[in-house]
Write a protein that binds this ligand. Sequence first.
Ligand code: ATP
Ligand code: MG
Length: 406
Amino acid sequence: MKARFRAHEGRKYMEYQSFLIKYAEIGIKGKNRYLFEDALVKQINHALKSVDGGFLVSKESGRIYAQASKPFDYDEAVEALKKVFGIAAICPMVQVEDKGYADLKEQVKEYIDQVYPDKRFTFKVAARRANKHYPIGSEQINRDLGEVILETFPETKVDVHNPDVLLRVEVRQKINIFSQTIAGPGGMPVGTNGKAMLLLSGGIDSPVAGYMIAKRGVRLEAVYFHAPPYTSDRAKQKVIDLAKLVSRYAGPVLLHIVNFTDIQLYIYDQCPHEELTIIMRRYMMRIAERIAEANHCHGLITGESIGQVASQTMQSLAATDDACSMPVFRPVIGFDKQEIVDVAERIGTFETSIQPFEDCCTIFVAKHPVTKPNLGIIRRSEENLAEKIDELVETAMGTVETIWCR
Ligand code: ATP
Ligand code: MG
């Protein structure tokens, strides 16, 4: 049932002043729970900063409240909260002053009237009396408010087992009224599980991979291998745009842009062309790992999926892994392309990913790349690079451009 609020133009209306935020998984973290709660509060604060409402975010016995101090754009606030990992559900809440029982009944009538324009629903009232000085018990409140709603809106019906609308009334210093539950993204608050380096290309897969790891509470940095003039500034801008899109969920992403041209050309000159992609990818991993180490990351992330292309067969993945010692996280490894596309569309990266700008890998690809690289042979081919590769890698490392994407 869709909420309609501020529905009656020109008439005094109630407003959601705050959100009750429920979290799931972080509730089970025992002694460390407060760390997770604090991280979630921080992320919520960060997300709501862009929404003009002056929100006060606080935690209170297993719950988090975000309370606006002035009128705010409801849709914007909900959109922002829907991107905060760790949130299981968002309940928009109306807070009314305790002006006596008769007034509470009026407020509840008003709430139902405004939130549910269509009154053909079943409901149940679930009151909680947290303020023990309140003169009426919760069972009595349930019965009385139920009666008021039935009398005022005769199309409604009570269903205590499976109601369409579960109306919660919490009596504290003020009284909280809420009944809507908007699903959050789940996961864990970013910042609670260390940091990893995402190899971000301009494609569909790597932004999704970054999103998925960030969802588990991991902060992201990203590295992009740029090969001018073979890849254009527009290709680079596309990667920056993708990093910004991912940052809406993951928080600010520091993007490291590596000039990879000379390394690629050198590999092209010195190594068998069918091994080019694999050797190039091995150098990407090596460089990504060094940048990751220097920036305190605990792993690398790629958008690889088994069998998607020649460089993603089991043997190719093993050859890629062999080039670095950090764990490589590949969250879409078992996904079909369409499943990755579905996530990309949902998180809003797809449209940007499919812009047709060249990718540094596609320019140097061989007609018949090896699909089952033999590690011994690959290592031997890499010996052809002995003369200049270290120097080229040092130069690439020394000329990295970094951009904050947010
Ligand atoms: P994507 O859609 O993420 O570009 P892809 O299907 O095009 O993936 P590949 O080009 O083989 O696959 O790349 C596999 C992974 O290697 C990518 O998901 C990404 O993590 C990383 N990668 C590839 N090219 C680059 C690049 N130029 N800069 C940074 N990472 C890259
Ligand atoms: Mg790609």
